[in-house]
Design a protein around this ligand. Structure first.
Ligand code: UDP
Length: 318
């Protein structure tokens, strides 16, 4: 019997890549999404398959799925800073009420549940690189608080179901991930810079661009998620690429790759509570999962550029 997997946020960037992977592994995938920030185009190619079904549903409302479920992967959430600024209440609800509903479903079906947590639980970190035993530096009432605290609550309630109900749970802390199917206008740095470079506009570097991020290619992340799900490890695990770069240097890399003479760097104010540094310590993932990223930033950026070359010209600039 093939495994039955529920993936929430299936029409999103990560959810759609996960749906592809689990289909490839011979699973029956039930995708769920309310299409608030997801795009059905990301999973259109799966609709003809018998192994795939799609439910248009908001998981912050009661979730019903008929039949058995081996695994539940909770990836539904607005995930970019401009999205959760626009949709603060939905962001809080999907991470809290949504997670509670799915944990209840997992308990009823005796499923293993994996939740998508985030490097944002570390906030503007005072420990660098970030290890899983660091508790973080989060402003609960700042603009990012709705996402960060929802994800922190999500971890807490997931651990509570694990210890109190004995539910099998997995927690992944995802660091900045990129690749094809990222939304052009989601405001995150990589789609923003590629779209601006392709259109020959100013690349909007926030602040002086000295803040750092560490970008992981989506295929590497999906491999890490797959391994964690199949492992027996129930504590949080960082998955990300430790190759750290400043935002200003990253803008230059995009300019060099796209080579549009009209594109250039411009500066914009740094958003409130923007973390100054971010880089995963992945020793735990190496030890427990035998996982480490394989795709270099240059290679991953080339693959992602191919995607943006196709979609940017057909996307309205806003
Ligand atoms: N950033 C930027 N210009 C943009 C978008 C983002 O300089 O047009 C910066 C942002 O201030 C942050 C980093 O790039 O320091 C990553 O931002 P993103 O929104 O991609 O994700 P975050 O890691 O902050 O959640």
């Amino acid at each position: 019997m093939s495994k039955r997997v529920l993936i929430t946020g299936a029409a999103g960037f990560l959810g759609s890549h996960l749906s592809d992977r689990f289909i490839k592994e011979g699973c029956h995938v039930i995708g769920m999404d309310n299409l608030l920030t997801g795009d059905i185009k990301n999973i259109e190619h799966l609709f003809p398959l018998k192994q795939f079904e799609f439910y248009h549903h908001d998981v912050s409302k009661y979730v019903h799925v008929p039949g058995e479920l081996d695994y539940i992967l909770h990836f539904a959430s607005p995930a970019s800073p401009i999205d959760y600024l626009k949709m603060p209440i939905q962001t809080m609800k999907v991470g809290s009420l949504g997670t509670h509903n799915l944990l209840g479903l997992a308990k009823a079906k005796n499923s293993r549940m994996l939740i998508a947590s985030t490097s944002e639980v570390y906030g503007d970190p005072l420990v660098h690189p970030q290890t899983e035993d660091y508790w973080g530096n989060v402003n609960p009432i700042g603009p990012r608080g709705v996402y960060d605290e929802a994800k922190r609550f999500q971890e807490a309630i997931t651990m509570a179901y694990h210890t109190y109900h004995g539910l099998e749970t997995r927690i992944i802390r995802i660091f900045n991930t990129y690749g094809p199917r990222m939304r052009v206008n989601d405001g995150r740095v990589l789609p923003a810079f590629f779209a601006q470079a392709i259109r020959g506009e100013g690349l909007t570097v926030f602040g002086d661009g000295s803040q750092t991020r560490s970008f992981c290619y989506v295929d590497d992340l999906v491999e890490g998620i797959y391994r964690l799900l199949l492992s027996d490890y129930s504590q949080p695990v960082n998955i990300g690429n430790p190759d750290e770069v400043s935002i200003l240097d990253f803008a230059q890399e995009v300019l060099d790759m796209v080579g549009n003479p009209d594109a250039h760097v411009i500066n914009k104010p740094l958003p409130t509570d923007d973390p100054k540094v971010r880089r995963p310590n992945i020793s735990l993932a190496k030890e427990v999962l035998g996982w480490e990223p394989k795709v270099s930033r240059h290679e991953g950026m080339l693959r992602t550029y191919e995607y943006f070359k196709k979609v940017v010209p057909t996307t309205v600039n806003n």
